[in-house]
Ligand binder design. Sequence first.
Ligand SMILES: C[S@@+](CC[C@H](N)C(=O)[O-])C[C@H]1O[C@@H](n2cnc3c(N)ncnc32)[C@H](O)[C@@H]1O
Length: 178
Amino acid sequence: MTVIEWLVIIILSLLLAVICLIFGYQISFLIPMFHGPVFVPSADDKLATMLSLPKLTKRSKVIDLGSGDGKVLIALAEKFGLQGVGVEINGILVRRSRRNIARAGLTKKLTILKQSFWDIDLSQYDVVFFYGTSYVMRRLEKKVKKEMKKGSQFVSNYFQFPTLKPVKTVNDVRLYRL
Ligand SMILES: C[S@@+](CC[C@H](N)C(=O)[O-])C[C@H]1O[C@@H](n2cnc3c(N)ncnc32)[C@H](O)[C@@H]1O
């Protein structure tokens, strides 16, 4: 190769490195796309419906699959005094939600796990909250049917399972009972 060709390769590589450095952080939110839904927080009116549909007691074990900035969990803890677990794959959102939880003074009640919800065993939870996307619902239904215990509840903001029928639908929020 000529010197000029080498120079072009070096300049292009440097350019690529700079682009990755500048935009790498911004596009990191795309990573979860390959595992599930991207981050959109539940709207306030949907959240109110999500909290109103399931039967909850002080001892209910709740989990939010893809917990985002912690909005659903924080509301559950503030409104019902519940302890809860959030599972979030995006490290930026894990940090943000832990910060939000700390600011709300709820660190003793709420735990955020940084991992994929596909790796979570749902059998120990009484109520599962989810705001996802259509293309994961078939796979998630199989997991829910296999793992969730009899009588437990699944609350889905908007998205429906292909075969399970919701026992209630209000404001496009669906409540399933296993
Ligand atoms: C639509 S947002 C819902 C956020 C929150 N639950 C709410 O209702 O406000 C979906 C979240 O799921 C997360 N997510 C996507 N795939 C995931 C996976 N496989 N495991 C854990 N979290 C995931 C995304 O990063 C995003 O924060």
